[in-house]
Design a protein around this ligand. Sequence first.
Ligand code: PLP
Length: 358
Amino acid sequence: VFNFSPGPATLPEAVLRQAAEEMLDWHGSGMSVMEMSHRGKEFMSIHAEAESLLCELMGIPAGYKVLFLQGGAIGQNAIVPMNLIGRTGRADYVVTGDWSKKSAKEAAHFGEVRIAASSEEGGRYTRVPAQAEWQLDPKAAYVHYCANETIGGVEFFWTPQTGDVPLVADMSSNILSRPVDVARHGLIYAGAQKNMGPSGLTVVIVREDLIGHAMPITPSVFDYKIQAAADSMYNTPPTYAIYIAGLVFKHVKSLGGLAAMEAHNRAKAAVLYDFLDKSGFYSNPIQREARSLMNVPFWLKDAALDAAFLQGAQARGLVGLKGHRSVGGMRASLYNAMSIEGVQALVAYMRDFEAQHG
Ligand code: PLP
């Protein structure tokens, strides 16, 4: 099948094949990675390689720590403020969709949260607010934004300017999809289950000067200082998820790294958006400059046809297309591992469906 699910999502077949081959006996160790001690030399080498490949792919500069944690991006909605907000007691949030709205709401448990900019209009989000609209608080401990709104299909294609205030990004659904300027961020976090691997692993990339300011209530396992000092092994890390993510990183590198991913992702998204733009039957209301390369929501002219559309798609092996319940319609997620053939098959189906029902 071609799996358009928003996450957990399709993974490179080569990675899954390698994992299957190594399942019972990793590199002659006589063990599955799942059975290894996280402190043994085998797993330590897997962990170190995954971290070093991620640094290489993303160009993570010196002065940053990479943490492999648990709790997901939703966990980070609390963990980020617990670690960072204490410096001044307040933080700015930019709201561009359901995910950033949720982040702001959670952070408000830990300090004073201001909405520095929002693109919400009548409960919908179709753009990102221009930098000139941002009303930043120079005393904020950080400014948070969501680089790609997985539900709304709204993506940032520019890095916000926040002066001396550290910039924090939720990159759960677009990490590794194209190059990103890590040095302009104080902290980047992402759940792994879209472009990096299975769920259960949360990646945090944090500038070292932002470590060590956790509120006293912060659980030790979520204190960046404690986890950084323990090389993310203060608790038992999600070992198998780290192993698979390492295989994905190696695979992405073999394909040419993030510049190659960007070209691949732009080409795929263009196939679908070009079709949507020419159609009077399907629509996508997102402003062109903010259209996500990763998650493409679209609506049929008549929502009464949604069930038939999904059923027909399933029959052609096109799965995971149902839109998020909060916005309805459809959503095609085009993560790195989705092939251009998959997008072409989707468009061919959409064309046929329109011919039948339009
Ligand atoms: N943020 C974004 C942008 C997401 O897409 C998701 C999950 O889909 C989350 C946060 C929540 O991630 P998790 O369920 O891993 O906590």
